[in-house]
Design a protein around this ligand. Structure first.
Ligand SMILES: [Zn+2]
Length: 238
């Protein structure tokens, strides 16, 4: 704590005001197997649980995570599984009726596997306005794809996140978190897609050591890390 006090002398969190530290959420989009193989064990090292946003028609594909892995994470380890459309369709590019059926079937697929989907992530952050009210009735929380400050009271229907990009050091994420603390933010969502992929064609692969360094940072700061639905409920007092 002393170290942080020195680093952030003006930060209200560490003063005697009523400000609370932001809750941190780690999200994992698009069911890459490295989420299970690499990120999950590191999350366990720190006692953390995350949120998977999955495309239910893609689960079980030989190069992706299986239903067994997704259900294990939620039912045995307390992770959250959120909707993300059937096949990662960009909703603006679908006929409205097809988009509605897609979102409903995706959620039904999750429920049929005994999961409890409460959050949805918009593929590429896009959502036709005609879909928005249906989506926010089906899901408690909707996450877009851009990063902005989220203060109390939260707007559950329009959450943002910082998506980790290939080549970033842990410092980029650490500074985003420190800025959120200094800015009295209530919630900071950091998103990942895949891990340890040695292929420049992927723009969003995080090395395991970098991921562990980010988690150690949140751990050493004493920040609370929760799945998205739990974080939103806790912050909102519901
Ligand atoms: Zn995605």
């Amino acid at each position: 704590m002393l170290w942080i006090t020195l680093l952030l002398p003006g930060c209200k969190f560490f003063s005697a005001t009523q400000s609370k530290a932001p809750v941190i959420v780690f999200t994992f989009d698009d069911q890459h197997p490295s989420i299970y193989d690499s990120a999950f064990p590191i999350m366990r090292e720190f006692g953390y649980r995350g949120t998977n946003f999955v495309n239910t028609n893609a689960l079980g594909h030989p190069s992706l995570m299986s239903w067994a892995q997704i259900t294990e994470l939620e039912l045995e380890y307390g992770w959250e599984t959120g909707g993300h459309t059937l096949n990662h369709e960009v909703l603006n590019q679908l006929d409205l009726e097809i988009a509605i059926a897609n979102i409903k079937q995706d959620k039904q697929n999750l429920s049929d596997h005994g999961l409890n989907p409460r959050s949805f992530a918009l593929p590429r952050g896009q959502c036709p306005i005609q879909l928005y009210s249906m989506l926010t009735q089906l899901y408690q929380n909707v996450r877009g794809s851009s990063d902005f400050a989220m203060h109390h009271p939260l707007n559950r229907k329009a959450l943002g996140y910082l998506a980790y990009q290939s080549g970033w050091s842990a410092e980029v994420v650490k500074h985003r978190i420190l800025r959120g603390i200094a800015n009295d933010e209530a919630l900071i969502i950091i998103g990942f897609h895949r891990f340890d992929i040695d292929d420049d064609s992927y723009a969003d692969s995080c090395p395991s050591p970098t991921f562990r360094e980010i988690l150690r940072f949140t751990h050493d700061l004493g920040l609370e890390v929760l799945p998205l639905a739990e974080a939103v409920s806790q912050i909102s007092g519901t």
